[in-house]
Design a protein around this ligand. Sequence first.
Ligand SMILES: Nc1ncnc2c1ncn2[C@@H]1O[C@H](COP(=O)(O)OP(=O)(O)OP(=O)(O)O)[C@@H](O)[C@H]1O
Length: 819
Amino acid sequence: MASRSQNRAPRSPSTKKESNDEAPFDKRRRIATSRTVGGQTGNGPRRQPFSAVNNRQDVPAAGEISSVEGSDSVNVEFTKEEVEALLNEKLKSSKFDLKKRLEQLTDHNKRLKLCIKWFQRAEESNLLEQEKLRNALECSEKKCIDTEVEMKTKIEEIDAINSELQKTIATLEEKVAKEESDKLDAINCHRREKEARDAAEKLQASLSAELEKARQDKLVADQRVSTSEDLYNRAQEYNKSLQQYNSKLQTDLETTSESLKRVEMEKLTIVENLSNLRGHNKALQDQLTSIKASQDDAIKQKESLANELKCIRVELQQVRDDRDRQVTLLQASNAEVDKYRLNTLNSTVEMDNLTKRSNALEDTCSSQKERIRALECQLTAANEKLKMADLSASETRTEFEEQKRIIRELQDRLADIELKVVEGENLRKKLHNTILELKGNIRVFCRVRPLLPDDGAGTENAVISYPTSTEALGRGIDLSQSGQKYPFTFDKVFNHEASQQDVFVEISQLVQSALDGYKDLKDRCTRICCSIGRVCIFAYGQTGSGKTYTMMGRPEAPEQKGLIPRSLEQIFQISQSLQSQGWKYKMQASMLEIYNETIRDLLSTNRSSNVEMMRTESGVVGKQYTIKHDANGNTHVSDLTIVDVCSIKEISSLLHQAAQSRSVGKTQMNEQSSRSHFVFTLRISGVNEGTEQQVQGVLNLIDLAGSERLSRSGATGDRLKETQQAINKSLSCLSDVIFALAKKEDHVPFRNSKLTYLLPCLGGDSKTLMFVNLSPDPSSVGESLCSLRFAARVNACEIGIPRRQTNMRISQDPRLSYG
Ligand SMILES: Nc1ncnc2c1ncn2[C@@H]1O[C@H](COP(=O)(O)OP(=O)(O)OP(=O)(O)O)[C@@H](O)[C@H]1O
């Protein structure tokens, strides 16, 4: 770790004492103060001083630390409280006992180093374990999902088979039921037919019997009819004979009457002969009486015969009626017999049909039974299969439950680990901030570009060399001018061989600060903890020294990408990885260009704004963008286009748009080289819904205009003079602003200058990194010396040179005036 005490102004005899003695003292005091403040505001329990930590067997004592410091194998463990105690530790020694304070600080630094190493180890192991667990979880989840999918497909298949089978069973059952009901119907019908046939047979038998009886009756009736006919005939004959007898009797009567008459006549004759004939008369009367008696007898016989005839007639009529009835009955019987015969015939036919149908139904029934048996077999098999499937499903379910349990366990563990990671992350942030604080709020890196074919004669070694002493290795640079060597020390010096990646590695932690936030502001009302992270990285140096290369690089070659694209990539990558810890980030980008006190909005799609700028350039008063700084240290530029960005792709296209806008602007302004300051601002606002933390970050990446090397500007005459004056004014103004801000002066010169856009980047809570870019071209050694001196003063300013010693206008410093 670079000690701030080694950052000093050029080691010229006059400044040596100042940088060696006073600067470290002030810087330490500031760090100690910031820690004390942090210790007071921290919420954790206050801990014993680190002497208690030193008493632990596993933590080396202060004296031992130096002996084990270089060894990575020492496994010193820290608890959270120990770390907090270490962070909150105060210096015990007297303010004036500087040596002891220095020793204590050195000791404290060593313990902090140990702690950081321990923390890095712990973080690595945590990350490893997290990775492992995540892999295991992913594996399990994948397996589980596979099993689930497999199980679901199996269940679906089984369900489909089952439902199909059930449908088949249902239709079969319906069919069977229908067949059964048909069969029952047929059987009933058959039974009814049988009964009807039996009844018909019985009826037929009874009818046959009746027919027989009727036949017999008919025979009897025929016999009776014949006897009756005989009797009738006889009665007719008798009647005839009676009629004949009657007619005979009539005739007899007539003859008798005639005889009577004759008798009477005879009577008369007899009367006359009465007396004679009285006797005769009497005889005759007797005869008459007897005839009358015989007549009465005959009449009686006639009446009885008439009665008998009547009876016979009635009887005959009865017999006739009887016969007719019998005939009708016989006819009806015959008809019925015919009907029965027809019925029997029909019944027989129907019976045959029914027998056939019954047989067919029996056949169907037996085939259906066969089918039912087969289906039952199928059903049993399917049930078996279903059971098996159920069994395998339950097994799978058990396995699934087991997997779920494992996942839950893993999730619990993951949650634990995530909690640990969050805690670790917080600790890391704290340590990270401590490291950054130790490194200083303003750091200065020096980068020397390689010699280019266009550069003047000579070699890089002729003007720039790098000291190899342990103290200055990687941090020192010596510039030779006119045989005199000017040594400088910075936080880091990158030689011409340093790649873009080498440079980025050194700044990546600072970039991370914009995402993490490093200063906590607690809202008393909402109790929401908001971390502020303002980071500014800017490149300073003469024209052609490699500022744009450092900041932007060559976009067409990925390995030569500059800090801006690399930082933004890192920001997006980390913000995405922090999503798993509940962080949600919103990013907004804006890009502007400051040219001769004029601001150009590089993301503006409104061409008219450019036209206005052009008019402004040509003296016509146009719309000006105004810069405002609020109480929270935020900078706002009115009417500046701010674009929401979600991916590095969007940023790349915005950078492309800005580059195009810049080149159009340059063409419009008839510029030949880049004399404008390019400011890229990324505003980050992050919220963690889980922990209710918030982060407000601002990342300012600035490519400053370089001091024009007039010999190469291509300008001539008045134009050359004008250009020279404008650039000198701009740069001396810039130097003043940077220097005043770096010293956190109340009075900032050129407060109205557009360059005060840099004010919040450098002042207040901002963490600033300044790149001083150098060209190894021997012909520009003067400019290089100016840049190095300026950078060294900014560097020295931060480490705490008392204000009264540095409180002077840089523009008055002859070493920093250009041209
Ligand atoms: N580290 C380096 N490696 C290789 N080439 C470099 C390096 N630094 C700068 N260059 C090259 O040097 C040239 C000048 O660099 P660059 O344009 O970045 O300078 P600058 O300081 O931005 O100039 P200006 O102030 O005019 O914008 C470019 O061609 C660039 O590619």
